[in-house]
Design a protein around this ligand. Structure first.
Ligand SMILES: [Zn+2]
Length: 389
């Protein structure tokens, strides 16, 4: 993700800058690119400019949320080397800084040296901390893997004057130079993207985000659900972000593949606000009794059986129902057991309702089974309607 708001105001390539460029290009050709301190200086200039041109949030609760998530992921980025599919994986610790821009775009971007920006519109769009962590991790990878420097090198080799000037400013430390007005990360990515170098960096950021998230204790499925929902709701997207490489199925598929290869179960209900089955405990006749709820409707109370408590059975059932709902199940696949004592999904028992279970709800097993099947079908129906577009 990256913003596309900035365009060069002036560009004066003087002799000194050109000389620097020659030095840069020779160093680029032979050795490690210019990483670290100079990127930070460049980032500081960009950050100062961004603060002038945008309203940065002072909402304490939102900043706390963004910064806590950001710092957990930054701690990983600053200590763990994650192979770079693009850029450099060499760990260069940055003092990451996180800010919120008070604009409605579903967007985020980073500038070199660890300055990360998320938009208000993004905070409204994500459905969990996992999804927010995914976007922040993605931006951190852009910084940690030094994508900007690499993108600029590519551009410079195409003799793109802006890229050359910016690269020169990285090398010279961007101190009060003529290029300081144009030093903005967002714009750099714009250049890169227009020339078709952005996609590799995006892939690397998605891949790295998954690794960082897992290390930091977030569920990487958050990246997948975020990308999937964004792809389904194009009206939500500032098309500036994706114009040259629309949020294609490829990016979603690539994220899914990495998550599967890491053996992480794809349970979308853990990272979204999709309706899920939940266990609640109620007081019935002076006793605490667990029940499985969907959409605030009680669908089942398990009586204890040999070797299992009610709460264990309830937790297992809620988890199984959520897996079923995540599995692209169809309405016709949810049936009442021919005996009337339970619910089948794809012809396998999902819920078996005993007389003892049904008594806890003051109903017959048939009644409990029918109501539970209806509640699950209603969620599947809503899911189906929501994905039609
Ligand atoms: Zn990106």
């Amino acid at each position: 993700m990256q913003a596309v708001k900035y365009f060069p105001r002036k560009l004066i390539l003087n002799a000194a800058a050109l000389l620097t460029v020659l030095l840069v290009l020779s160093s680029v050709a032979t050795s490690e690119p210019i990483l670290g301190e100079k990127e930070v200086k460049l980032g500081q200039e960009a950050a100062a400019q961004i603060a002038k041109e945008h309203k940065l949030s002072d909402n304490a609760a939102d900043l706390k949320r963004v910064r806590e998530i950001g710092e957990r992921i930054a701690a990983v980025a600053n200590s763990k080397e994650v192979p770079a599919l693009y850029g450099s994986s060499r760990v260069t610790p940055f003092q990451y800084q996180f800010n919120i821009i008070e604009e409605s775009d579903v967007n985020a971007f980073s500038v070199p040296g660890g300055y990360i920006y998320v938009y208000r519109g993004l905070l409204d769009f994500v459905e969990s901390d996992h999804e927010l962590a995914a976007v922040i991790a993605h931006e951190i990878v852009h910084a940690a893997h030094h994508h900007m420097v690499y993108l600029l090198e590519k551009q410079a080799s195409l003799n793109n004057q802006i890229a050359i000037a910016l690269l020169a400013s990285i090398v010279s430390g961007a101190r009060g130079s003529d290029v300081s007005n144009i030093v903005l990360g967002a714009q750099l990515y714009q250049i890169a993207r227009l020339n078709g170098y952005g996609m590799q960096a995006e892939r690397d950021s998605d891949y790295g985000a998954i690794i960082y998230m897992r290390e930091a204790g977030y569920n990487p499925v958050g990246l997948l659900t975020f990308l999937e929902r964004l792809a389904k709701r194009p009206e939500m997207v500032d098309w500036g972000i994706y114009r040259s490489h629309p949020l294609d199925a490829q990016r979603v598929a690539a994220a899914k593949k990495v998550i599967r290869e890491l053996g992480i179960p794809i349970k979308r209900r853990e990272t979204t606000r999709a309706v899920k089955a939940e266990v609640r405990t109620d007081s019935v006749d002076g006793k605490e009794v667990p029940g499985v709820y969907i959409n605030s409707t009680l669908i089942y109370r398990p009586a204890p059986v040999a070797g299992k408590t009610s709460i264990e059975i309830a937790n297992e059932l809620a988890s199984t129902i959520n897996d079923v709902l995540d599995s692209n199940v169809q309405m016709y696949e949810i049936k009442i057991d021919p005996s009337g004592y339970g619910v089948l999904v794809r012809d396998k028992p999902l819920i078996i309702v005993s007389e003892a279970d049904a008594r806890l709800m003051g109903k017959t097993p048939e009644e409990v089974s029918k109501a539970a099947a209806d509640a699950i079908r209603a969620v599947v129906w809503k899911q189906m309607v929501d994905t039609v577009h």
